[in-house]
Design a protein around this ligand. Structure first.
Ligand SMILES: O=C(O)C[C@H](O)C(=O)O
Length: 393
């Protein structure tokens, strides 16, 4: 059988004239004999990307092709491998300068993400001290970002991206949902300041309960859904990938997996699309082991809370927030799990929920509706119902 891969715009035009589907290969794709056979069967012509002004087609045939290709650089894998040169932000503001906010500031400064990083916290002196501490590292690190800190929400002025981590953390025995009333007040205060002092900002909410607080931020700022995002999916997905890597005895970078749904008991780790070394989970793990990994992702935050006794995770949530910022500033591409207001996607409307989406300099670009199993679809609907009922919608 002839190699179906053809290169060059003439070949693309020829394939289109013949009514074939043109499918763009990504760098690192390996076209196996099975992929070649499948392409022939489906009438797909494989071409080396990127094609000018053309997007890969989202037909059933293209989706099937994607499944049979062995992708060396899966989209959901190790962030470092997908890092590209990207735009620096002018100003990044962090409302909440505790463990998560402080770690975000540290990572952002070290990774040269913004010209200015403003830390804000109601605890007197805390944000200013962290900002000063970070500036004191620059003689060693050479980092260019200037950090400022204080108690006043006016420090958000002019920020391009505002990350809100302020609010109470749960204690052992509590669920995230127990924080709904107390943290909604904090979110409303932050929203007021963002709305008047940074009216064009993209807001990333980290405060729990995440999906409900993102909804609250959207309502209180009256920003379009594109500019109010909730960070949880990147954190939960990292936990899921870690659990799968440990269970299978492989490096986490060999695991491709993500979670959708709520950042709570209704979290939906998507096993059907997860891969280890490019292959389905059951090649490496028993169904009991897969279930244990799912549980590990769902309970990951609670495990840290039980160990700490007072306070919750700080380092992984900070990395997971930076992952979203990197998508916004173009350092990463591809779909990323993020909580957004749904407008009919997956048949769900008017509720904030974790889904796969594409982000860019204007925030949300598009929700990508993935093919899920019936059970996974049902889990998304259950999560949406639970969030609606907690918000009294
Ligand atoms: O679990 C928590 O309460 C904090 C955070 O949502 C987490 O998942 O680490």
């Amino acid at each position: 059988m002839a190699d179906p891969r053809v290169i060059g715009t003439e070949a693309v035009e020829d394939a289109r004239r013949r009514g074939r589907i043109v499918f763009e290969l990504l760098p690192g794709d390996i076209v196996t004999a099975l992929a070649r056979e499948t392409a022939e069967r489906l009438g797909v012509t494989l071409v080396d990307g990127p094609l000018e002004r053309q997007q890969p087609q989202r037909t059933d045939a293209a989706i099937s092709m994607q499944r049979v290709l062995y992708r060396r650089s899966p989209k959901w894998v190790a962030p470092v491998r997908t890092k590209r040169k990207a735009r620096r932000l002018g100003k990044l503001a962090l409302i909440g300068a505790g463990g998560v906010g402080g770690n975000i500031a540290h990572l952002a400064a070290m990774q040269d993400i913004a010209d200015e990083i403003a830390l804000i916290d109601i605890v007197p002196g805390m944000a200013a001290a962290t900002a000063l501490d970070l500036n004191h590292t620059t003689g060693i690190t050479g980092a260019r970002a200037r950090c400022i800190g204080g108690e006043s929400l006016d420090l958000v002025t002019g920020a391009e991206v505002v990350v809100v981590t302020a609010g109470l953390a749960r204690r052992p025995g509590m669920s995230r949902a127990d924080l709904i009333d107390v943290n909604a007040r904090v979110i409303r205060q932050a929203a007021e300041a963002i709305r008047s002092a940074a009216p064009n900002a993209i807001v990333i909410v980290v405060t729990n309960p995440l999906d409900e607080m993102t909804f609250e931020m959207l309502r209180a700022t009256a920003f379009p859904r594109e500019r109010v995002l909730g960070m949880a999916g990147t954190l939960d997905s990292s936990r899921f990938r870690n659990a799968l890597a440990v269970a299978a005895g492989v490096c986490p970078a060999d695991v491709e997996a993500f979670t959708l749904g709520s950042h709570g008991d209704e979290m939906a780790p998507i096993s059907s699309r997860a891969k280890i070394k490019g292959r389905a989970l059951d090649v490496f793990l028993s169904s009991d082991q897969i279930d244990a990994c799912v549980q590990d992702a769902v309970t990951g935050g609670g495990q840290v809370v039980s160990l700490k006794k007072s306070g919750s995770a700080t380092i992984a949530p900070a990395h997971a927030s930076i992952e979203l910022i990197d998508h916004i500033r173009g350092a990463r591409t591809g779909p990323v799990p993020v909580s957004v207001m749904l407008q009919g996607e997956y048949g769900i409307d008017g509720v904030v929920l974790g889904v796969a989406a594409h982000l860019g300099s204007t925030g949300l670009i598009e929700v990508e509706e993935l093919r899920l199993t019936d059970q996974e679809q049902a889990a998304l609907h259950e999560a949406a119902d639970a969030i609606r009922s907690r918000l009294g919608l």
